[in-house]
Design a protein around this ligand. Structure first.
Ligand code: ASP
Length: 442
């Protein structure tokens, strides 16, 4: 027998009919033992997420707004799910108690957490599964940092008592018992924690998309989907802004080396993406995993004759940057040159002072500053064995007449990053993507 932990996002649980789909998915594989729900999300364009309504409710209470109309809207969302599914649970009374708690100062985090809590109660009643309150098993320390040492033993003990259970996402409790939430979107983290807590064989993350795409569909038309991606590739892609699960949200399963399957609630048989610790026996793997990028970087390019033999030169440059509380993104270097890539937003007001400091302290021959740079990462675990990956990228950019301002290959040989002008960003991504697809189809 294997154990699968499932997490369903807000749009998968936004209405009674969505919950029916969730039930069918859960019942179709009895290895799916634990489910972590989000709060009801948007049912259609322009609809509200219940978490947003709950935050507004608390704000209206604290600042004297018309809180009753928001409360009614929230009540309507939960009651309509209850009625659509014909559930026998007094959700109305629980909601009224909750409003009183808020009126007595329970606060924003408590309010926000109730979206998952009430949705979890409804789902548990619909499935006939046990309900485990996340406040009893997911714990934060007194500074609000998630505590794995406290949570995992608690979860392990509790989950053993339940064959099938619902554990609401997004929140847990502080040592004094008060409710504390993860950052927005944090049900992904809760799901990963529950998966780690029962040493699951698989963590399924059900959303409204069919896995991850190789490139941003707003830039590339109908990009291919990614079937397998390693945690490290995911980290590179999410850092570069790809629409994938954020690495911060999956650290609990990462640490436990549990694979994650990203699937579509609205189309369970559609393509999916599997995120795995590593993949063996892929010697003949062709092509890349994905392309992602971000705009608005500045490159400070420093030149000094004999830089390679000057002891402490790099340290001096970096300490100038550190003085301004800025962290650098990349640092490609040559014999007599060194480039530091910084986010525009981190040096908006300090660029001139920073360059002056580098001049004064490091005494370079010249410093050039290039702004409005976009970074594009081509990521693929196969690169390390493949000949010609860099040639394909540079060939594609040359063919599209795009000037490359910077090149950086990560030491893991899993990604190649190029810097191009912000205004070449979309074209560069499209040409790199198309060049690799042509090769992979050959
Ligand atoms: N409901 C929370 C939010 O909207 C958490 C989540 O859905 O993951 O951010």
């Amino acid at each position: 027998m294997s154990i699968i932990v499932t997490k369903f996002g807000g749009s998968s649980l936004a209405s009674g009919s969505q919950m029916e789909k969730v039930k069918n998915i859960l019942m179709s594989d009895r290895n799916r033992h634990y489910v972590v729900p989000s709060a009801p999300g948007k049912r259609f364009d322009g609809d509200s997420k219940v978490t947003d309504l709950l935050l507004k409710l608390n704000q209206d209470i604290e600042f004297g707004g018309d809180y009753m109309s928001v409360f009614e809207e929230i009540t309507e969302r939960f009651v309509s799910i209850k009625e659509e599914l014909g559930l026998d649970i007094d959700i109305e009374a629980r909601l009224k108690d909750f409003l009183n708690e808020l009126l007595n100062g329970a606060g924003a985090e408590y309010s926000a957490s109730r979206g998952e809590y009430f949705n979890g109660l409804l789902l548990a009643s619909y499935l006939g599964w046990d309900f485990i309150d996340a406040k009893d098993v997911i714990k934060f320390d007194k500074r609000g940092k998630y505590s794995e040492e406290v949570s995992l033993p608690l979860l392990r003990k509790e989950l053993k008592k339940h064959e099938y259970a619902v554990i609401p996402g997004f929140y847990g409790s502080l040592p004094d018992g008060r409710i504390h939430t993860f950052p927005r979107g944090g049900s992904d983290i809760s799901g990963a924690i529950v998966a780690a807590g029962c040493s699951a064989d698989l963590y399924e993350n059900w959303t409204d998309v069919s896995g991850f795409l190789m490139a941003d569909p707003r830039i590339v038309k109908n990009p291919k989907s990614i079937d397998f991606v390693t945690y490290r590739e995911l980290r590179e892609l999410s850092y570069m802004g790809a629409q994938v699960l954020h690495e911060d949200s999956i650290f609990p399963v990462y640490n436990a080396a549990i694979p994650i399957n990203v699937r579509n609630t609205n189309d369970p048989s559609a393509k999916w993406t599997m995120i795995v610790p590593m993949i063996e026996h892929e010697e003949d793997r062709k092509g890349i995993t994905g392309i992602a990028g971000k705009k608005n970087f500045t490159i400070i390019s420093i030149e000094k004759n004999g830089m390679n033999s000057e002891l402490g030169f790099g340290r001096k440059v970096l300490s100038c940057i550190e003085k301004y509380g800025v962290s650098f993104e990349h640092m490609p270097s040559g014999i007599d040159t060194l480039c530091v890539v910084l986010q525009d937003s981190s040096i908006e007001d300090t660029l001139h002072d920073l360059v002056d400091d580098i001049h004064r302290i490091c005494k370079p021959d010249s410093i050039e500053v290039f702004s409005n740079i976009a970074l594009i990462a081509t990521v693929g675990r196969g690169m390390i064995r493949q000949i010609g990956t860099a040639a394909t990228i540079f060939g594609a950019l040359a063919e599209a007449k795009i000037n490359i301002r910077m090149i950086d290959q990560g030491s893991s040989e899993m990604n190649i990053i190029v810097g191009v002008g912000n205004n070449d960003f979309d074209r560069a991504i499209r040409s790199i993507y198309e060049a690799f697809i042509r090769q992979m189809d050959e």
